[in-house]
Design a protein around this ligand. Structure first.
Ligand SMILES: CC(C)(COP(=O)(O)OP(=O)(O)OC[C@H]1O[C@@H](n2cnc3c(N)ncnc32)[C@H](O)[C@@H]1OP(=O)(O)O)[C@@H](O)C(=O)NCCC(=O)NCCS
Length: 163
């Protein structure tokens, strides 16, 4: 296992590699929605973090987290097949969770394909609870499952304010 793969913010020069990795690792069998243009937009968006882990000659991993409000939403997350089960995903998730905590997010939400046993196991391993099955969530074709992880106790706001 890699101890500390370096996570960095993506630049516009990474957009094509990110889009390609999304198509191959996440969106296989579905219409390609995370195209280069959409990834570029995410990189430039003020409420979104796009991060990557570099591999030899190309990206090993990508993660896109949005902060639309109090909740953070993990929009896209993948490790290239050849790099899996070496701790890269865990390191990148920990990095994104730390940023979400620092940004004041209460919880992180994420969806995965229902038949994606690896992702469901990975998120469960990291404290994400499965909430609901989402029938035909992906392009009307594939079922999804929504998961969430609370970053602080649900009533901590009231407790801290003395209510
Ligand atoms: C899910 C994914 C991100 C995990 O990345 P990774 O770098 O391989 O994960 P890690 O090495 O940090 O694994 C941490 C733990 O998660 C669990 N896990 C990861 N992959 C697993 C698998 N294929 N089967 C069962 N458990 C798995 C294990 O508990 C693992 O610990 P272990 O290796 O000590 O047993 C990767 O498999 C992937 O990119 N899949 C394709 C895209 C995807 O599904 N993205 C997420 C949904 S959008």
């Amino acid at each position: 296992m890699l101890a500390h793969p370096a996570v960095r913010f993506a630049t516009l020069a990474d957009a094509a590699d990110i889009a390609e990795l999304s198509r191959d690792a996440i969106e296989y069998g579905l219409p390609w929605s995370w195209t280069v243009g959409r990834v570029r937009h995410a990189i430039e968006a003020p409420d979104t973090n796009v991060v990557v882990v570099d591999g030899p000659g190309r990206l090993d991993a990508l993660g896109i987290m949005a902060y639309p409000g109090e909740d953070a939403h993990l929009l896209l997350f993948a490790v290239r097949a050849a790099g899996r089960r070496r701790g890269i995903g865990s390191a990148m998730l920990a990095w994104l969770e730390a940023v979400a905590r620092a940004a004041g997010a209460s919880r992180i939400r994420v969806e995965a394909r229902r038949d994606n046993a690896a992702a469901r196991s990975f998120y469960n391993e990291h404290g994400y609870q499965e909430l609901v099955i989402l029938p035909r969530h992906y392009s009307g074709v594939a079922d999804g499952v929504r998961l969430e992880k609370w970053l602080r106790p649900r009533n901590s706001g009231a407790a801290n304010s003395g209510e």
